[in-house]
Design a binder for this molecule. Structure first.
Ligand SMILES: [Zn+2]
Length: 366
Protein backbone atom coordinates (compact mmCIF):
# COMPACT_ATOMS: atom_id res chain seq x y z
CA UNK A 1 0.00 0.00 0.00
CA UNK A 2 2.84 2.39 0.82
CA UNK A 3 4.50 1.50 -2.45
CA UNK A 4 1.35 2.31 -4.46
CA UNK A 5 1.00 5.62 -2.65
CA UNK A 6 4.66 6.42 -3.28
CA UNK A 7 4.29 5.75 -6.99
CA UNK A 8 1.07 7.77 -7.13
CA UNK A 9 2.60 10.83 -5.46
CA UNK A 10 5.68 10.55 -7.64
CA UNK A 11 3.51 10.44 -10.76
CA UNK A 12 1.65 13.53 -9.57
CA UNK A 13 4.92 15.42 -9.41
CA UNK A 14 6.13 14.16 -12.78
CA UNK A 15 2.82 15.20 -14.31
CA UNK A 16 3.13 18.72 -13.05
CA UNK A 17 6.66 18.95 -14.33
CA UNK A 18 5.73 17.61 -17.73
CA UNK A 19 2.93 20.15 -18.10
CA UNK A 20 4.48 23.24 -16.60
CA UNK A 21 8.11 23.18 -17.44
CA UNK A 22 8.69 25.70 -20.18
CA UNK A 23 11.80 25.45 -22.32
CA UNK A 24 13.17 28.98 -22.27
CA UNK A 25 15.69 28.69 -25.05
CA UNK A 26 13.60 30.73 -27.46
CA UNK A 27 10.13 32.22 -27.35
CA UNK A 28 8.35 35.18 -28.92
CA UNK A 29 8.47 38.48 -27.09
CA UNK A 30 4.80 38.21 -26.31
CA UNK A 31 3.34 34.86 -25.60
CA UNK A 32 0.45 33.39 -23.74
CA UNK A 33 1.34 31.28 -20.80
CA UNK A 34 -1.21 28.72 -19.76
CA UNK A 35 -2.57 29.24 -16.28
CA UNK A 36 -0.26 27.46 -13.94
CA UNK A 37 -1.64 24.63 -11.89
CA UNK A 38 -0.61 24.51 -8.31
CA UNK A 39 2.63 22.64 -7.93
CA UNK A 40 2.33 19.59 -5.72
CA UNK A 41 4.63 19.86 -2.71
CA UNK A 42 5.12 18.05 0.53
CA UNK A 43 2.29 19.87 2.32
CA UNK A 44 -0.30 19.53 -0.42
CA UNK A 45 0.56 15.86 -0.88
CA UNK A 46 0.44 15.26 2.84
CA UNK A 47 -2.97 16.97 3.00
CA UNK A 48 -4.26 14.71 0.23
CA UNK A 49 -3.84 11.70 2.49
CA UNK A 50 -7.04 12.60 4.35
CA UNK A 51 -9.02 12.23 1.15
CA UNK A 52 -7.14 9.05 0.32
CA UNK A 53 -8.36 7.43 3.51
CA UNK A 54 -11.94 8.34 2.64
CA UNK A 55 -11.65 6.98 -0.91
CA UNK A 56 -9.69 3.91 0.08
CA UNK A 57 -10.64 3.03 3.62
CA UNK A 58 -8.12 0.17 3.74
CA UNK A 59 -5.38 2.80 4.07
CA UNK A 60 -6.68 3.40 7.61
CA UNK A 61 -4.82 0.25 8.57
CA UNK A 62 -1.54 2.12 8.26
CA UNK A 63 -0.51 4.37 11.11
CA UNK A 64 -1.00 8.00 10.03
CA UNK A 65 2.59 9.04 10.73
CA UNK A 66 3.95 6.08 8.79
CA UNK A 67 1.78 7.10 5.87
CA UNK A 68 2.97 10.70 6.13
CA UNK A 69 6.52 9.55 5.66
CA UNK A 70 5.66 8.68 2.04
CA UNK A 71 5.21 12.27 0.77
CA UNK A 72 8.35 13.15 2.72
CA UNK A 73 10.30 10.45 0.88
CA UNK A 74 8.91 11.68 -2.44
CA UNK A 75 9.91 15.22 -1.52
CA UNK A 76 13.47 14.19 -0.69
CA UNK A 77 14.07 12.11 -3.82
CA UNK A 78 12.57 14.83 -5.99
CA UNK A 79 14.69 17.59 -4.47
CA UNK A 80 17.81 15.49 -4.84
CA UNK A 81 17.02 15.06 -8.49
CA UNK A 82 16.31 18.75 -9.25
CA UNK A 83 18.49 20.62 -6.78
CA UNK A 84 20.92 18.08 -5.36
CA UNK A 85 21.76 17.34 -1.73
CA UNK A 86 23.51 19.66 0.73
CA UNK A 87 26.78 19.15 -1.15
CA UNK A 88 25.14 19.91 -4.48
CA UNK A 89 25.37 16.32 -5.71
CA UNK A 90 22.40 15.55 -7.89
CA UNK A 91 20.79 12.14 -8.00
CA UNK A 92 19.15 10.50 -10.98
CA UNK A 93 15.51 10.81 -11.95
CA UNK A 94 13.37 9.16 -9.26
CA UNK A 95 12.03 5.77 -10.24
CA UNK A 96 8.74 4.11 -9.69
CA UNK A 97 9.05 1.18 -7.35
CA UNK A 98 8.09 -2.29 -8.53
CA UNK A 99 6.75 -5.12 -6.44
CA UNK A 100 9.25 -5.89 -3.69
CA UNK A 101 11.27 -2.72 -4.19
CA UNK A 102 9.69 -0.65 -1.44
CA UNK A 103 11.23 -2.22 1.61
CA UNK A 104 11.23 0.23 4.50
CA UNK A 105 8.64 2.04 6.56
CA UNK A 106 9.32 4.41 9.40
CA UNK A 107 7.67 5.55 12.59
CA UNK A 108 8.99 9.11 12.96
CA UNK A 109 7.97 9.40 16.62
CA UNK A 110 8.38 6.55 19.01
CA UNK A 111 7.69 6.15 22.68
CA UNK A 112 10.49 4.65 24.72
CA UNK A 113 8.24 2.29 26.67
CA UNK A 114 7.06 0.67 23.43
CA UNK A 115 10.33 -1.20 23.32
CA UNK A 116 10.92 -3.50 26.27
CA UNK A 117 11.78 -7.11 27.06
CA UNK A 118 12.64 -8.12 23.51
CA UNK A 119 9.29 -6.87 22.31
CA UNK A 120 8.51 -3.86 20.24
CA UNK A 121 5.06 -2.36 19.92
CA UNK A 122 4.36 -0.98 16.48
CA UNK A 123 1.13 0.98 16.19
CA UNK A 124 -1.50 -0.72 14.05
CA UNK A 125 0.66 -3.84 13.87
CA UNK A 126 0.94 -4.87 17.49
CA UNK A 127 3.57 -6.51 19.65
CA UNK A 128 6.43 -8.01 17.70
CA UNK A 129 9.14 -10.20 19.18
CA UNK A 130 12.60 -8.98 18.25
CA UNK A 131 16.14 -10.26 18.58
CA UNK A 132 18.07 -7.44 20.25
CA UNK A 133 21.60 -7.22 18.88
CA UNK A 134 22.67 -4.32 21.04
CA UNK A 135 20.99 -3.01 24.17
CA UNK A 136 19.99 0.64 24.20
CA UNK A 137 22.57 2.61 26.18
CA UNK A 138 21.31 4.36 29.29
CA UNK A 139 20.27 7.97 28.82
CA UNK A 140 19.40 7.65 25.18
CA UNK A 141 15.99 8.37 23.79
CA UNK A 142 14.55 6.51 20.80
CA UNK A 143 13.70 8.97 18.07
CA UNK A 144 12.56 6.93 15.11
CA UNK A 145 11.95 3.29 14.29
CA UNK A 146 12.34 1.84 10.79
CA UNK A 147 11.37 -1.62 9.68
CA UNK A 148 13.16 -3.00 6.61
CA UNK A 149 12.53 -6.21 4.77
CA UNK A 150 15.78 -8.03 4.04
CA UNK A 151 16.62 -11.40 2.56
CA UNK A 152 16.79 -13.16 5.92
CA UNK A 153 13.85 -11.44 7.61
CA UNK A 154 12.74 -8.09 8.94
CA UNK A 155 15.20 -5.70 10.50
CA UNK A 156 14.30 -2.99 12.99
CA UNK A 157 16.55 0.06 13.09
CA UNK A 158 16.30 2.52 15.96
CA UNK A 159 17.76 5.99 15.77
CA UNK A 160 18.78 7.31 19.15
CA UNK A 161 19.18 10.73 20.63
CA UNK A 162 21.30 11.77 23.56
CA UNK A 163 21.37 15.46 24.27
CA UNK A 164 24.23 15.13 26.74
CA UNK A 165 26.71 14.01 24.07
CA UNK A 166 28.84 17.00 23.11
CA UNK A 167 29.90 17.65 19.53
CA UNK A 168 33.41 16.39 18.98
CA UNK A 169 36.10 18.81 17.92
CA UNK A 170 39.03 17.64 15.81
CA UNK A 171 42.00 16.88 18.01
CA UNK A 172 44.81 15.02 16.25
CA UNK A 173 48.55 14.96 15.89
CA UNK A 174 49.20 15.64 12.21
CA UNK A 175 52.58 13.84 12.38
CA UNK A 176 50.94 10.57 13.40
CA UNK A 177 49.89 9.80 9.84
CA UNK A 178 49.74 6.65 7.74
CA UNK A 179 49.03 6.14 4.05
CA UNK A 180 47.10 3.12 2.81
CA UNK A 181 46.80 1.69 -0.68
CA UNK A 182 44.17 -0.72 -1.93
CA UNK A 183 46.11 -3.84 -2.64
CA UNK A 184 45.55 -6.28 -5.44
CA UNK A 185 46.10 -9.24 -3.19
CA UNK A 186 45.75 -7.59 0.20
CA UNK A 187 42.81 -5.54 1.38
CA UNK A 188 45.26 -2.74 1.95
CA UNK A 189 48.99 -2.13 2.28
CA UNK A 190 50.03 0.61 4.71
CA UNK A 191 53.03 2.91 4.46
CA UNK A 192 54.43 1.36 7.66
CA UNK A 193 54.73 -1.93 5.81
CA UNK A 194 51.79 -3.65 7.46
CA UNK A 195 49.21 -5.33 5.28
CA UNK A 196 45.71 -6.62 5.94
CA UNK A 197 44.10 -9.54 4.16
CA UNK A 198 40.42 -10.06 3.77
CA UNK A 199 39.57 -12.58 6.52
CA UNK A 200 39.14 -16.25 5.71
CA UNK A 201 35.47 -16.41 6.63
CA UNK A 202 34.72 -13.53 4.28
CA UNK A 203 36.48 -15.26 1.39
CA UNK A 204 34.66 -18.46 2.22
CA UNK A 205 31.32 -16.66 2.20
CA UNK A 206 32.21 -15.07 -1.14
CA UNK A 207 32.98 -18.47 -2.62
CA UNK A 208 29.63 -19.77 -1.41
CA UNK A 209 28.00 -16.75 -3.01
CA UNK A 210 29.57 -17.64 -6.32
CA UNK A 211 28.31 -21.20 -6.22
CA UNK A 212 24.83 -19.99 -5.22
CA UNK A 213 24.96 -17.70 -8.23
CA UNK A 214 25.87 -20.59 -10.52
CA UNK A 215 23.08 -22.72 -9.10
CA UNK A 216 20.57 -20.04 -10.05
CA UNK A 217 21.84 -19.71 -13.59
CA UNK A 218 21.83 -23.47 -14.12
CA UNK A 219 18.17 -23.85 -13.25
CA UNK A 220 15.31 -23.25 -15.64
CA UNK A 221 13.77 -19.79 -15.67
CA UNK A 222 10.46 -19.58 -13.84
CA UNK A 223 10.86 -22.99 -12.24
CA UNK A 224 10.23 -23.60 -8.56
CA UNK A 225 13.73 -24.92 -8.12
CA UNK A 226 15.17 -21.73 -9.55
CA UNK A 227 13.02 -19.55 -7.29
CA UNK A 228 14.24 -21.49 -4.31
CA UNK A 229 17.83 -21.01 -5.43
CA UNK A 230 17.20 -17.29 -5.86
CA UNK A 231 16.04 -17.05 -2.26
CA UNK A 232 19.15 -18.84 -1.08
CA UNK A 233 21.29 -16.54 -3.19
CA UNK A 234 19.71 -13.47 -1.56
CA UNK A 235 20.46 -14.85 1.89
CA UNK A 236 24.06 -15.52 0.87
CA UNK A 237 24.38 -11.99 -0.51
CA UNK A 238 23.26 -10.62 2.83
CA UNK A 239 25.72 -12.84 4.67
CA UNK A 240 28.63 -11.60 2.59
CA UNK A 241 27.55 -7.98 3.05
CA UNK A 242 27.24 -8.38 6.82
CA UNK A 243 30.57 -10.16 7.19
CA UNK A 244 32.29 -7.55 5.08
CA UNK A 245 30.80 -4.70 7.07
CA UNK A 246 31.93 -6.24 10.34
CA UNK A 247 35.43 -6.66 8.91
CA UNK A 248 35.42 -3.00 7.81
CA UNK A 249 34.45 -1.78 11.27
CA UNK A 250 37.13 -3.88 12.89
CA UNK A 251 39.84 -2.78 10.44
CA UNK A 252 38.88 0.88 10.84
CA UNK A 253 39.20 0.57 14.61
CA UNK A 254 42.65 -1.05 14.33
CA UNK A 255 43.90 1.78 12.12
CA UNK A 256 42.47 4.58 14.25
CA UNK A 257 43.82 3.06 17.46
CA UNK A 258 47.30 3.42 16.03
CA UNK A 259 47.16 6.56 13.90
CA UNK A 260 45.54 9.99 14.09
CA UNK A 261 45.47 10.72 10.38
CA UNK A 262 44.82 8.23 7.57
CA UNK A 263 45.63 9.20 3.99
CA UNK A 264 43.72 7.37 1.23
CA UNK A 265 43.38 7.77 -2.50
CA UNK A 266 40.38 9.66 -3.71
CA UNK A 267 38.16 7.02 -5.21
CA UNK A 268 36.97 7.19 -8.75
CA UNK A 269 34.83 4.10 -8.91
CA UNK A 270 33.72 4.61 -12.50
CA UNK A 271 37.32 5.03 -13.62
CA UNK A 272 38.46 2.03 -11.65
CA UNK A 273 35.98 -0.28 -13.26
CA UNK A 274 37.05 0.85 -16.69
CA UNK A 275 40.82 0.90 -16.41
CA UNK A 276 41.87 -1.46 -13.69
CA UNK A 277 39.47 -4.32 -13.65
CA UNK A 278 41.60 -6.36 -11.33
CA UNK A 279 41.55 -3.65 -8.72
CA UNK A 280 37.81 -3.24 -8.92
CA UNK A 281 37.31 -6.67 -7.42
CA UNK A 282 38.03 -4.98 -4.14
CA UNK A 283 36.34 -1.67 -4.66
CA UNK A 284 32.76 -2.55 -3.83
CA UNK A 285 34.04 -3.02 -0.33
CA UNK A 286 36.58 -0.21 -0.47
CA UNK A 287 34.03 2.60 -0.87
CA UNK A 288 32.10 1.39 2.15
CA UNK A 289 35.30 1.03 4.15
CA UNK A 290 36.27 4.65 3.48
CA UNK A 291 32.84 5.84 4.63
CA UNK A 292 33.03 3.81 7.83
CA UNK A 293 36.61 4.92 8.44
CA UNK A 294 35.74 8.60 7.89
CA UNK A 295 32.74 8.46 10.23
CA UNK A 296 34.70 6.69 12.92
CA UNK A 297 37.57 9.17 12.60
CA UNK A 298 35.24 12.14 12.83
CA UNK A 299 33.55 10.75 15.94
CA UNK A 300 36.93 10.38 17.58
CA UNK A 301 38.21 13.81 16.53
CA UNK A 302 40.65 12.20 14.11
CA UNK A 303 41.06 12.70 10.38
CA UNK A 304 40.84 10.88 7.05
CA UNK A 305 42.40 12.79 4.18
CA UNK A 306 41.92 11.94 0.49
CA UNK A 307 44.67 12.52 -2.02
CA UNK A 308 44.97 12.63 -5.80
CA UNK A 309 45.50 9.03 -6.95
CA UNK A 310 47.22 9.94 -10.20
CA UNK A 311 50.56 8.21 -10.55
CA UNK A 312 50.89 7.01 -6.96
CA UNK A 313 51.97 3.58 -8.11
CA UNK A 314 54.39 4.86 -10.80
CA UNK A 315 56.29 7.52 -8.88
CA UNK A 316 59.34 6.48 -6.89
CA UNK A 317 58.65 7.16 -3.22
CA UNK A 318 62.32 7.92 -2.63
CA UNK A 319 63.34 10.23 -5.48
CA UNK A 320 60.12 11.01 -7.36
CA UNK A 321 61.30 9.48 -10.63
CA UNK A 322 58.52 8.04 -12.75
CA UNK A 323 58.90 4.30 -13.15
CA UNK A 324 56.33 2.90 -15.56
CA UNK A 325 55.08 -0.55 -14.72
CA UNK A 326 52.37 -2.94 -15.75
CA UNK A 327 49.72 -4.09 -13.31
CA UNK A 328 51.39 -7.50 -13.34
CA UNK A 329 54.71 -6.09 -12.11
CA UNK A 330 54.64 -6.57 -8.37
CA UNK A 331 57.90 -4.78 -7.55
CA UNK A 332 58.99 -1.17 -7.81
CA UNK A 333 62.60 -0.96 -8.94
CA UNK A 334 63.92 2.55 -9.43
CA UNK A 335 66.72 2.86 -12.02
CA UNK A 336 67.79 6.26 -10.62
CA UNK A 337 68.11 5.75 -6.87
CA UNK A 338 67.95 1.93 -6.88
CA UNK A 339 65.08 1.76 -4.42
CA UNK A 340 63.48 -1.66 -4.53
CA UNK A 341 60.08 -2.06 -2.88
CA UNK A 342 56.81 -3.93 -3.21
CA UNK A 343 54.74 -1.80 -5.57
CA UNK A 344 51.82 -1.42 -3.15
CA UNK A 345 54.11 -0.32 -0.36
CA UNK A 346 55.74 2.21 -2.68
CA UNK A 347 52.25 3.56 -3.49
CA UNK A 348 51.27 3.69 0.19
CA UNK A 349 54.37 5.76 1.00
CA UNK A 350 53.49 8.16 -1.82
CA UNK A 351 49.94 8.42 -0.50
CA UNK A 352 51.27 9.22 2.95
CA UNK A 353 53.52 11.95 1.54
CA UNK A 354 50.65 13.48 -0.42
CA UNK A 355 48.41 13.27 2.65
CA UNK A 356 50.99 15.07 4.79
CA UNK A 357 51.28 17.75 2.16
CA UNK A 358 47.49 18.19 1.76
CA UNK A 359 46.98 18.27 5.51
CA UNK A 360 49.58 21.02 5.96
CA UNK A 361 47.85 23.07 3.28
CA UNK A 362 44.50 22.55 5.00
CA UNK A 363 45.83 23.53 8.42
CA UNK A 364 47.55 26.60 6.99
CA UNK A 365 44.40 27.88 5.34
CA UNK A 366 42.12 27.37 8.33
ZN1 LIG B 1 64.02 6.46 -7.12
Amino acid sequence: MLRCQYNYLLAQRFDWHGQNRFPLDRCPLICQLPELKEQPNYYSQKASLTQLKLDRPWYKEIHSQVLQEVPKKVQITFERWLKGDSNGNKSGRPRFKGVGQYKTFTYPQFKRHHFANNKITLSKIGNVKVIVHRPIPVGFDIKTVSVTKKADGYNVTLSLDDKTVPTIKPDFNSDNIVGIDVGLIDFYVASDGSRINAPKHLRKAERKLKSAQRRVSRRKKGSNRRNKAIKKLAVQHKKVADTRKYFHFKTARTLLDKYDVIAVEKLNIKGLVKTQLAKSINDAGWGQFIIILSNKAENAGLKVITVNPKGTSQECSNCGHKVKKWLSQRMHNCPVCHTSLCRDLNAAINIKARGTHALKAQLMSS
